[in-house]
Design a protein around this ligand. Structure first.
Ligand code: FES
Ligand code: FES
Length: 160
């Protein structure tokens, strides 16, 4: 076991964990943040996506030791209070039917957040490329892509 300190959703956390324990398991088991989901467990599906120092990572592939000192954002960090309004990206997914079973949804939304931080007005090609690491079995992707387009438009309209 090892003491590891990292910042999760703007809160400093110190945990005791085996250094090679997966960040995904630390989030879900040690911190009760169950938004990140395990799909493949092999870095192929993106359902475990989180932001680590602003970059999108598959938390099933990150030993927690590697996250020492890092700033992690999970889906819970986008809309921290249970009673708070949804994050605008979440709202767009809701309105466009971009979430069905929901397994891929936290990862898709964080991938969208990451995409829009780099390309505030992405083309359809950039949207598809930005979400290429996140697989969805349910939606056929078009509704997700439409939700991302709407989120980009809404964000641009709200920016002075
Ligand atoms: Fe991590 Fe699939 S569970 S990429
Ligand atoms: Fe079910 Fe995407 S909504 S996998």
């Amino acid at each position: 076991m090892m003491e590891i300190t990292l910042t999760i959703n703007d809160q400093l956390q110190t945990i005791d964990a085996p250094p090679m324990k997966r960040l995904l398991d630390v989030l879900r088991e040690d911190l009760g943040l169950t938004g990140a989901k395990e799909g493949c467990g092999e870095g192929e599906c993106g359902s475990c996506s989180v932001l680590m120092d602003g970059e999108l990572v598959n938390s099933c592939l990150v030993p927690v030791l590697q996250a020492e000192g890092a700033h992690i954002t999970t889906i819970e960090g986008l809309s921290p209070e249970a009673t708070a309004p949804l994050h605008p990206i979440q709202q767009c997914f809701l309105e466009h039917g971009g979430a069905q079973c929901g397994i891929c949804t936290p990862g898709m939304i964080l991938a969208t957040h990451h995409l829009l931080s780099k390309y505030p007005r992405p083309t359809m090609e950039e949207i598809q490329e930005g979400l290429a690491g996140n697989l969805c079995r349910c939606t056929g992707y078009m509704r997700i892509f439409e939700a991302v387009e709407q989120a980009a438009t809404a964000s641009a309209e709200s920016t002075p």
